[in-house]
Every structure is written in structure tokens, then in C-alpha cells.
Write a protein that binds this ligand. Sequence first.
Ligand code: NIG
Ligand code: FE
Length: 410
Amino acid sequence: MNCILIINAKGIVQYGRSGVVKGQSMNSLPVLENGWILIEGDHIHSYGHMDEVYHGLVTDVIDATGCYVLPSWCDSHTHIVYAGSREREFVDRIHGLTYEEIAKRGGGILNSAKKLQETSEDELFDQAWVRLEEVMRTGTGAIEIKSGYGLSYDAELKMLNVIKRLKKASPLTIKATFLGAHAMPIEFKENRNAYIDLLVNRLLPEIADKNLADYNDVFCDRGFFTIDETDRILEAGNKLGIQPKIHANELDYSGGIQVGVKHNALSVDHLEFTGEEEIKCLQNSDTMPTLLPSTAFFLKLHYPPARKMIDAGLPVALSSDYNPGSSPSGKMSFILSLACLNLGMTPEEAINAATLNSAYAMGVMNELGSLLPGKKANLFITKPIPSLAFIPYSFTADPIDKIIINGKLQ
Ligand code: NIG
Ligand code: FE
């Protein structure tokens, strides 16, 4: 068995912690200074101060003088299975069109759906694999991936099959989410109920039967899916044991947060439009508010009120939303920079949000998100840096020196 001992670390970050981090406690981050951490096989075995002795077999020693050890980022909201790219819409937006106007003209998600329907499963796998490798190199150790660019019976199953293959082939921890209700296909525009019927009566049962999705998502927002449609889809998923985890309140006070909480969603994501009522609703729930600041950055939306949420005692998670239309990047350290700069979060809050809280938001909190004995050894060692705040501060730099996934150096 391989046993890696990391010594002389400037700090072992998020050590010994479990559970969701809420409200004021989000600003505290446990850091064991001048420490060691021992990895046995694919798990974290133990840690301690350099003055204390360590017990156990060691096959490799890594000297981390001047460097921090952090749990890998958990990216609980992405769409990395897609075909091609959409930089033409990026240029259209520079010329003044809005994201919603592009979507109304049949661009946006429908544009990606057309491309995806024409792309083979193998080709989709290859393209997604490149993105998966890329995010692993920037410190992501767990990732949730959604369908939702298929928008037909066959193409949605094709996407979910690609995610299934990625789960098998990649060392990263991956969760799959069904997002058949991402946009209304043109052919169903005049008969929306028929599309909801397809999702509820045919796709969800097939997906449950073949165990193709861990979660059930709907883009519940102005111009996409209504509260009633969302209600039906989430209820159908819950009956089949597929918990919701939804897109809500990105473009308006859509009621998405309330309908998500009503159906016990694991997370509600985006939340640019969140007021007192929505905050109250979240306070009485186990639903993780998940913020995706690169989407607000890229689409030039206003940012979600993270400060208000945290000050009201809520937890928040951070994720990348990596997708071709609204966030063509999965670099989590940049997400942290945006959270600090534009959401008013401290570096400590941002690190908590992108580790333990985002682990909760994708259902992997017992295995990932902190450096706790028994958890999976998914972690990274930074380059020598002066402090943890240097990670979000140096927003184009690559702060990472070594990556360990399932106890193996990558
Ligand atoms: O999370 N908001 C909905 N879906 C994606 C965007 C998808 C796209 O534009 O392709 C998002 O931002
Ligand atoms: Fe998204």
C-alpha cells in the first residue's frame, strides 16, 4: 500500500473538521501550522504538529516547507459535457445582445443542444475528458456534472451515459445530475406539457431504472421553466428517489428557491435574485444555497447577496457552473477571487464555501471537503505562498504545486 507523508507544511488547512459551516463560523478556518499529514492508501490516516511523532508505514515523503495543504475543491455545479463552444454568443453580447435575447432567438442552450445531438457519445466523452483533466490540474477533486444539452429522449440518455463513463474512467469523485428541464426544445414550444410529460413519464423512470443520475435539476427561472412545471418534475424525481438540486433565481425572483426547499432540494444554485423572503425560506431548510459568481461575472448580472445570507446565519457554497454559455471556466481559485471581490466574502469564507459546503451540496460531505482521518485523500499542496489569502488575491496565478487524488500523486 502506498503511504505518503507530507511534512513541514506551513499549514494543514481545514483539518479535523466535519459538517456544514454556517453564518459567522464560515469566517473561521482551522489551520494546523507546521504540520504533517499521513495518507494511507486512498485515505487520510492522521496528522499532527511537526513536534509530534507520526506512526505508520511511509513509502514517500513530500517536504512542503512554505506550502499549505488543502482539501481539493468540490465543484458541486457544472455542465462540462458539451459539444464545441459558444464564443460567437460572447461576441454577440459584446455588441449588446443579452443572454436572454440570445436564448429567445434559439441560441444559447438550444444552440448547444443542436451541437450535442449531432456529436457522437465517444466524441462527447473525449471533449469532456479534456475539461475534467483541466479542472483536476486546478485543484478540483470532486465534481458534479449535469445533463441538459440533450433535450430529447436519446440525447439526454447519451449525455448521462457519457457522465457514467467519466465516473468509471476518472479518479475524481463525480456525481451526475439530470437536467432535462434546461430549456424548452423548439418543437415543444407550443405544447410545453408534452415535454414535461416526456421528462416525467419516460426519462425519469428510465434514468432511475438504470441508475444514471444522482440528482434531479430544473432551470426554474423567467423564460425557462415555471414553478408549476418545476413542481411536477421535482415531485416525480422524489418519488423515484432522485433528490432535487436546482437552478433558481438567476434571472428574477422566480420562486425557484421556495419550490426547491419545498421538495427538499440538496441545493438551490445561482440566487442572484434573493430577498428577505427567500433567505427566511432557506433558514428553515437543509438546502444549501450555492453561488456561482463566475456566471454573474461573465453575463454581467448583478451578484447574489452573499453577505446578507451569511449574516443571516446561512451557509453558502461556491461552484464554477463550468459551461459553454455562461461560465466557460472551471478554475475554482478564480471563483474564490470573484467571491472575495464581488460577493464580499473573506478568503476563509470562500475556502469553507468551496470545500465543506460544496461537498455537502453534492452529497459527498462524509468523504470529502476537509482533511479528516478516514476521508478520501483528495488534496493539493500549494507552491510556497505567504498566506492563504494569497490564493484568491493572485487571481491569474496557479497556486498549486502537487495534486493527490485517492491517495495518488497526479
Ligand atoms: O447554469 N442557467 C442555466 N444554465 C447554465 C447556462 C447554460 C448555457 O448557457 O449553456 C447556467 O448558467
Ligand atoms: Fe448551471
